[in-house]
Design a protein around this ligand. Structure first.
Ligand SMILES: Cc1cc2nc3c(=O)[nH]c(=O)nc-3n(C[C@H](O)[C@H](O)[C@H](O)COP(=O)(O)OP(=O)(O)OC[C@H]3O[C@@H](n4cnc5c(N)ncnc54)[C@H](O)[C@@H]3O)c2cc1C
Length: 805
């Protein structure tokens, strides 16, 4: 066995083999895969082999599209068969919300180049005759759906990797992974030790155990899953005589997926009485075996399926496959460099290996070899969970995710499992004031405040929800008097040391402020993509605080650690610094009423230490509401005392608490973008207008400078603009297509309703050569093309007089 290699991939399931192949495809041939048994010895061998592109996250959907298109390439390279059946598939809708969701998906597919189409019940009866369409109101047809041979496909990946120079060692169990001081790894196996620069954990069902060997907790859990294969079915035999194969049918109401298998049918279920498997760890002796059949668990699902697919009832059961596979808390894979580790990579929790495995392999290989991925991978980045995550959180979330696999997912939905987990000292106070809670990165955050008689629950909807009145009220309070909410859900970092300023000048593209001042800056990747949108606050020449998205903490810390330098300390203080923001025309008066410090001396974008009530605070004069506002930071131990001071001073002035729904409405008035929506690694500074914050004249060669300058010289091909939309009861959420005549010219990044201006607003990208101030387009919202006009003047305080006043 080879004893040194550049990369050791642990695990020879479909994902490990895809990673290995993609490493060779992108140019690393000195790579090795270790498998404790034969290839496919985890979840892979018993998968139903179905694949589809449908995914709520557009980047995930694009990667699924890549995976599906890859199979033909694999067959061509290796001469092996993946057993492909490109039969197409239809997802059924039996109520308006499901139909809304499918129509919204179809709309996204328009600019993604996917040829899906909305079909009527009559068309479904023709396309998928096994379906009883009673109660069905429509569906989404995807010609790319299909199935394959899981084992053949995994072996095809393996052969293609070997052809590219990779080595595969089967019957070689990894026992330990030990890191040397230089960051390389000794991978100890039952056949000897392999010294590698990088380790990839692709151990599927055993990813938790393999992670523990390196001291890493991977938030994933195996779930039991069952599908049934029937004897021959007459309708399928008849179709076969005409050379036809039955397409896949996804029936969300019945939580089932169905396809042809041989001359019979195969149907699998995501049943509500589901069961987690191997709660305390996956046994090492679990191999090519199945779990005992369990018809009790799927009794209701089968009864439903008999009504939807009557042919099933008459068909005999040929075999039952009941096996485990893993999920992360949100059902997406865990991919990328593991935060806090050097040269340790994750390719785990891939619950749909045959839809996603190719994309996961490609993304990981790009990350390892090229330093970054070609698109925003945050939806599957293992850094989307923080160190707060525990097995006790993961398990109920994974169960929830399994149960909701086929549920409609709404843009405003808050999932209840494993909550509340993390709360601030304000939790009971806000709760008593009517807070309707949302969860962000494990933290409870008020979405809005219900008043007496209003429900304490926001109805999930694609349309305007029952939070409408409360949001309008809170927006009005901010614009007319003063509003208050927490600053807990900002990511916060302390950067200190003699080299802090020089380091920030290299890491951030924008200006690093002088003591007492703030600045806004994008953070760029080497390729000039947006990987952060920060406020820098300078308290002293060697002391800075950064604020950014709360959900991006592990993502940002991983980047800071990768670029660590002597003489600079970077600490994540997100949960060590809390406080409030107050905003509105009376914000200055509130602040002045509870401090003896000179509030009037604090100009827009200033920062200063002040004592507010009894509490020592750092006050930054800036507000994401676009209003006159202050962010007031303190020690969490003193947050309640700070609240008492601000609330007591604010109440006579009409102060009202406001939540995230109001905040997201207020930002629209000033065309402010938001992280993960307008600003993400999918976009660049020039495309989004963030280039106005780049300090082109600073001497520092900041990361991404070369790429940003090249883009500046050439001009971006597309640009982010704001539209006013003639919307009725549903506003833009994200990824709606932008039409010009009969052509889709762009897509939306986000939108919503400006309660201040009384207008429906959308942000979206359009080609630069189509950009005009009076641009008129149509934006497709829930299947309707709504007239929309570009707007270029902010809806509130366009000259900044109030914000700066
Ligand atoms: C009943 C069922 C039906 C399914 N149907 C579908 C479907 O239709 N479509 C779809 O896309 N997905 C389906 N799946 C899910 C699919 O099986 C998984 O997404 C996929 O197999 C995950 O592959 P993997 O490579 O990540 O993990 P695994 O297949 O679990 O592979 C991990 C490998 O790592 C090896 N390993 C672990 N520890 C070590 C060690 N210490 N040393 C060396 N080797 C080690 C294991 O032996 C194993 O071979 C289904 C799953 C089940 C259970």
């Amino acid at each position: 066995m080879k004893t040194t290699t550049r990369v050791v991939v642990i695990g020879g399931g479909v994902v490990g083999c895809s990673v290995l192949y993609h490493l060779t495809k992108l140019g690393w041939s000195d790579v090795m895969l270790l498998e404790r048994n034969e290839l496919t010895s985890g979840s892979t061998w018993h998968a139903a082999g179905g694949f589809h592109t449908l995914n709520g996250d557009t980047n995930m959907a694009a990667l699924q599209g890549y995976t599906i298109r890859l199979y033909k390439e694999l067959e061509a390279i290796t001469g092996m068969s993946c057993g492909l059946h490109h039969v197409g598939g239809v997802t059924l809708a039996d109520n308006r919300d499901r139909m809304d969701m499918l129509v919204a998906e179809r709309a996204k597919h328009r600019y993604m180049g996917l040829e899906t189409e909305i079909v009527t019940p009559e068309e479904i009866a023709k396309i998928a005759p096994v379906t009883n369409t009673a109660g069905i109101i429509g569906g989404l047809y995807d010609p790319l759906d299909g199935h394959l041979d899981p084992s053949g496909t995994t072996h095809a990946y393996a052969k293609a990797a070997r052809m590219g120079g990779a080595t595969i060692e089967t019957h070689c169990k990894v026992l330990e992974t030990n890191q040397r001081p230089d960051g390389t790894w000794d991978v100890v196996t039952d056949k000897g030790t392999v010294h590698a620069e990088h380790v990839v954990n692709a151990a599927g069902l055993w990813a938790r155990e393999v992670g523990a060997m390196a001291g890493v907790y991977f938030p994933l859990h195996p779930m039991e899953h069952q599908y049934i294969v029937t004897e021959d079915v007459p309708l399928i035999l008849d179709m076969a005589k005409d050379g036809l194969e039955h397409p896949h049918v996804m029936d969300p109401a019945g939580e089932s997926y169905l396809r042809q298998e041989g001359r019979g049918l195969c149907i699998g279920f995501y049943e509500q009485p589901c069961r987690p498997w191997a709660v305390d760890g996956t046994p090492w002796d679990f191999g090519h075996e199945l779990l005992p059949d369990d018809f009790d668990k799927i009794e209701d699902s089968i009864a439903f399926a008999y009504r939807r697919f009557p042919a099933l009832e008459k068909a005999g059961v040929k075999s039952v496959i009941h096996g485990p596979f893993t999920f992360a808390p949100d059902g997406n894979p865990l991919v990328g460099p593991v935060p806090g580790m050097r040269n340790y990579w994750s390719a785990c929790a891939v619950m749909a290996g045959f839809s996603q495995g190719g994309g996961v392999g490609l993304m990981l290989a790009q990350w390892m070899i090229e330093g970054e991925t070609e698109r925003d991978t945050f939806a599957m980045d293992c850094a989307r969970f923080g160190s707060w995550i525990t097995p006790g959180y993961t398990r109920p979330k994974v169960i929830e995710n399994y149960q909701k696999r086929f549920s409609v997912s709404y843009p405003n939905e808050e999932l209840p499992a494993a909550r509340p987990l993390r709360t601030t000292p304000m939790y009971d106070i806000f709760d008593a004031m009517g807070a309707v809670w949302g969860a962000q990165y494990g933290l409870e955050v008020p979405n809005y405040f219900a008043q007496d008689g209003e429900p304490r629950f926001e109805t999930p909807s694609f349309r305007r929800s029952n939070a409408w009145q409360a949001t309008a009220r809170e927006v009005q309070a901010v614009r007319q008097a003063v509003g208050i909410n927490e600053v807990q859900n900002f990511g916060k970092y302390r950067v200190t040391g003699a080299n802090a300023r020089a380091w920030l000048d290299r890491i951030m593209a924008g200006r690093v402020p002088a003591p007492g001042r703030l600045s806004l800056t994008p953070m760029l990747s080497e390729k000039g993509r947006l990987i952060g949108d920060f406020t820098i606050s300078c308290l002293a020449e060697d002391q800075f605080t950064l604020t950014a998205s709360y959900g991006a903490q592990a993502f940002h810390m991983r980047w800071f650690q990768r670029h660590a330098e002597a003489g600079v300390q970077v600490e994540n203080i997100s949960d060590r610094l809390t406080g409030f923001q107050i905003a509105g025309p009376l914000a200055k008066d509130v602040l002045a009423a509870c401090t003896r410090d000179n509030v009037g001396a604090l100009r827009f974008m200033d920062v200063a230490r002040m004592t507010i009530g009894m509490v020592d605070c750092v006050v930054q004069r800036v507000s994401y509401t676009g209003d006159l506002g202050y962010e007031i930071y303190c020690d969490p131990m003193a947050q309640r005392a700070l609240w008492q001071a601000l609330w007591a001073a604010g109440q006579p002035m009409g102060m009202s608490p406001f939540g995230m729904r109001a905040m997201m409405s207020l930002r629209l008035d000033k065309f402010f973008g938001s992280w993960g929506r307008e600003f993400s690694p999918d976009y660049t500074p020039a495309e989004t207008g963030m280039d106005r914050f780049i300090a082109w004249k600073k001497p520092a060669h900041f990361i991404g400078r070369t790429a940003a300058e090249a883009e500046r010289a050439q001009g971006p091909a597309r640009q982010l603009v704001t539209f006013e939309v003639d919307a009725q009861d549903a506003d833009v959420v994200a990824y709606e297509p932008i039409w010009m005549g009969e052509k889709v010219i762009g897509f939306c990044t986000s939108g919503g309703y400006s309660h201040h201006a009384g207008k429906s607003i959308a942000y979206g990208f359009v080609p630069s050569d189509q950009l005009r101030d009076d641009l008129q387009v149509e934006i497709e919202v829930l299947g309707q093309r709504l007239p929309a006009r570009r707007i270029t003047t902010a809806l509130f305080d366009a000259d900044g007089a109030r914000m700066r006043g």
